[in-house]
Design a protein around this ligand. Structure first.
Ligand SMILES: [Cu+2]
Length: 93
């Protein structure tokens, strides 16, 4: 019961509280389809993933709207309920 409550609280806070501390990953945006983005990405330390090209669910619709295929990007990804979610994405500096 306690752990279930904790998981719920975590999911509610994911975008705001956790994203601030998540390390940024780098990549090239390959394709955008609705709230999904295909990214050719480097290592993602926050979820222990090596480099590859894959599709992500993107929570940051505002950030994604400013980008287009071919853009170099940086992003924050977390595990949320068994899914990998991009909580923030923006053009790489
Ligand atoms: Cu990947």
């Amino acid at each position: 019961m306690k752990s279930r409550f904790f998981a719920l609280a975590l999911s509610l806070l994911s975008a705001l509280a956790i994203a601030a501390d998540v390390p940024w990953a780098q990549g090239t945006l390959k394709k955008i389809a609705g709230n999904k983005a295909t990214i050719d990405h480097g290592p993602i330390d926050s979820i222990g993933m090596g480099p590859m090209t894959m599709q992500f669910m993107v929570e940051d619709a505002t950030g994604l709207a400013k980008l287009k295929a071919g853009d170099k990007v940086r992003f924050q990804a977390i595990m949320a309920g068994g899914d990998i979610v991009v909580t923030r994405i923006e053009a790489a500096k």
